[in-house]
Design a protein around this ligand. Structure first.
Ligand code: MN
Length: 293
C-alpha cells in the first residue's frame, strides 16, 4: 500500500496515477492528550489504519496525482537517523572534491571499511522534515548546499538492541529521503538539520511491496541532468546491520527514519533548481530549490 499526505493534510491512497482520498480512515487514530506518545501516529497505528483505508477506499473521491500537493508522509518521527559514508564510491569519488571534503571526511575515512560501525549513525532534527510540495530552502547562500538521495527505512515496531536476524520485522516500510547538507566543518547534525533539509516522499510504501530493499535503482536529477544513479545494493552496511547498530544505542519508535546513506554523485543545488528523484518500487517526485524565506 502507498499512503501519502496531500493538500490540506488529506490521507491519500496512491494507485497508479490517481490518489484516492481515504481521510475517513484517520478516525481510527486515537485522540492525543498530554503526554504525547513518541513516534509517528500514522505508523504507530498502522495495523488498525490499513483495514480502515481498505474500507474507506470504496467510496473515496479520486484525484489525479499530478494535481495534488504532496507533503511528507511522516509528520512526527521521534528521530531521523542517518548513516555516514555508507556507499564506497561516494567515499572514494566525492570526498576528492574539496568542496565536499573540507579537510574532514577523507582523513577520517582512510582505511575504514565500514564507517557506520566505527562512527555510528548521526541524527537530523525532526524539524528539518519537508515534503516535495515545500521543497528545499537554501539556508546560507554563500555556502554549498548539496543533494544526497537515500533510501529511507521507516521503523514499524519499537525495539531496543534488535538483533540482525530480527531487524527486518521492525521495518514498516520505505520512502525516498533527501539528506540535504550544508558543506563545511561543523558537526553533521548541525549542517544537515536546517528546516526543509530532510525531504521525505513521495509517499510511504509498506514493506510488503518491497521484496528486496537492497535491489532498488535510485536516481537523482538536477534540472534534467542525472547526478546520482545507483543500486541500493551498493550500500556498505546493510539495513539489518543499520537497525542493529542504531538500536544498540537508542530505542527505535514507530515512524523513526533511518537514512541509509547516499551513493556517489553528490553536488550543489541553488535557488531556482528543480530536483527530481526516483526509486524502484517507491515512485518519483520533483521539488523546487528556493532561497530561505
Ligand atoms: Mn547522507
Amino acid at each position: 500500500m502507498k499512503l501519502c499526505r496531500f493538500n490540506d493534510d488529506r490521507l491519500g491512497l496512491v494507485e497508479g496515477d490517481m490518489v484516492l482520498d481515504v481521510s475517513a480512515a484517520l478516525d481510527v487514530l486515537p485522540p492525543v492528550r498530554w503526554p504525547v506518545p513518541l513516534g509517528d501516529p500514522l505508523v504507530r497505528h498502522l495495523q488498525a489504519l490499513l483495514p480502515a483505508v481498505r474500507n474507506a477506499r470504496i467510496a473515496a473521491p479520486r484525484l489525479p496525482l499530478s494535481e495534488v500537493r504532496l507533503h511528507s508522509p511522516l509528520t512526527n518521527p521521534s528521530k531521523v537517523m542517518a548513516a555516514p559514508a555508507n556507499y564506497r564510491l561516494h567515499v572514494e569519488q566525492d570526498t576528492r572534491d574539496p568542496g565536499v571534503d573540507h579537510g574532514v571526511h577523507r582523513k577520517a575515512l582512510e582505511g575504514v571499511e565500514r564507517p557506520t560501525e566505527k562512527y555510528g549513525l548521526f541524527l537530523k532534527a525532526t524539524s528539518a522534515i519537508a515534503g516535495p510540495a515545500e521543497g528545499v530552502q537554501v539556508i546560507l547562500p554563500e555556502r554549498r548546499t548539496d543533494h544526497e538521495v537515500e533510501l529511507a527505512v521507516v521503523i514499524g515496531t519499537a525495539g531496543h538492541a534488535i538483533r540482525r536476524a530480527d531487524a527486518m520485522q521492525h521495518v514498516a516500510g520505505y520512502c525516498i529521503g533527501l539528506d540535504m547538507t550544508v558543506r563545511g566543518t561543523e558537526d553533521r547534525s548541525f549542517r544537515k538539520s536546517p528546516d526543509s533539509y530532510t525531504v521525505l516522499g513521495p509517499w510511504f510504501v509498506t514493506a510488503d511491496e518491497v521484496a528486496d530493499p537492497h535491489a532498488l535503482m535510485m536516481s537523482l536529477w538536477v534540472n534534467g541532468e542525472r547526478r546520482q544513479h545507483s543500486s541500493t545494493g551498493a550500500m556498505t552496511v546493510d539495513i539489518p546491520d543499520l537497525i542493529a547498530i542504531a538500536s544498540s544505542m537508542y530505542t527505535l519508535h514507530p515512524g523513526d527514519v533511518i537514512l541509509t546513506g547516499t551513493p556517489e554523485g553528490v553536488g550543489p543545488v541553488v535557488p531556482g533548481d528543480t530536483v527530481r528523484v526516483a526509486c524502484d518500487r517507491l515512485g518519483e517526485m520533483s521539488f523546487a530549490v528556493s532561497a530561505h524565506r
